[in-house]
Design a protein around this ligand. Structure first.
Ligand code: ADP
Ligand code: MG
Length: 227
């Protein structure tokens, strides 16, 4: 369970208000899309969840844990519960697909035998077994994003956060990425995704939270994209 309790975030002495009194919950295993115009506060909201930045007011809970009261030393352990995917993939250019995924496991203290077992499983989940030894520049945008998703799930997080994961992709790659996120959700992982893409929302038919100027203005149980 994720719970945003009256969260506000402002920058530069309230000159820029990114979130205003945002309250919502996400139950385990949900697939939630967050939509809204550029600047609506979507990325800021996700940053609060991975404790990359702090609310100016309000609290964010993961189960009974107040995320912004976690001692600094315990943050890495908390962050392991969350896999992240970004619009620009953030792959390491000097590592192959396999090595990019393996690197996330090494950073997590996993040993070679686990890596040898779990990386191929993650590659299979995103249907990229045949591209394991390709470098990012040898992959299409859609393939790069699928490697990034494999990296995000390889440590078996409870939650996947995807910030505009299809923002740089063509319609076919977009469809494939959404299908993979849906499959990961069906396997039990909570997914929270921001998107601008009405087609993606309609295709998913899942919960949609609409933001405008830092506020939640709609929360629809089944996919409506109204902007
Ligand atoms: P979205 O992801 O919906 O496009 P953001 O969450 O990135 O929106 O930004 C929401 C608002 O907060 C915007 O007006 C943005 O300019 C502002 N903002 C975000 N980060 C900062 C920052 N570090 N400093 C100042 N303003 C910021
Ligand atoms: Mg954003």
């Amino acid at each position: 369970m994720i719970y945003f309790d009256k969260v506000s975030k402002w920058y530069n002495d309230k000159e820029s208000v990114a979130l205003e009194n945002v309250t919502f919950q996400v139950a385990p295993h949900e697939f939630v899309s967050i939509v809204g115009h550029s600047g609506a506060g979507k990325s800021t909201l996700l940053k609060m969840l991975i404790a990359e930045d702090r609310p100016s007011e309000g609290s964010v809970f993961y189960e009974s844990l107040d995320i912004h009261r976690i001692p600094r030393g315990k943050l890495p352990k908390f962050r392991r519960k969350i896999g992240t995917v970004f619009q620009d993939f953030k792959l390491l250019s000097n590592k192959t697909a396999f090595e990019n995924i393996a690197f996330a496991m090494e950073a997590n203290g996993r040993d070679d035998s686990e890596i040898a077992e779990n990386v191929p499983q993650a590659l299979a989940l995103v249907d990229l077994e045949d591209k394991a030894w390709n470098f990012p520049h040898e992959l299409s945008g859609g393939e790069k994003q699928r490697v990034a998703i494999a990296r995000a799930i390889v440590n078996q997080p409870d939650i996947i956060i995807a910030d505009e994961p299809t923002g740089n992709l063509d319609p076919i790659a977009t469809y494939e990425v959404v299908q993979i996120l849906r499959k990961i959700n069906d396997l039990g992982t909570t997914v929270i995704m921001t998107t601008h893409n009405k087609g993606v929302i309609d295709e998913l038919g899942r919960r949609v939270i609409t933001m405008d100027s830092g506020r939640v203005i709609r929360d629809d149980a089944t996919g409506k994209y109204v902007l």
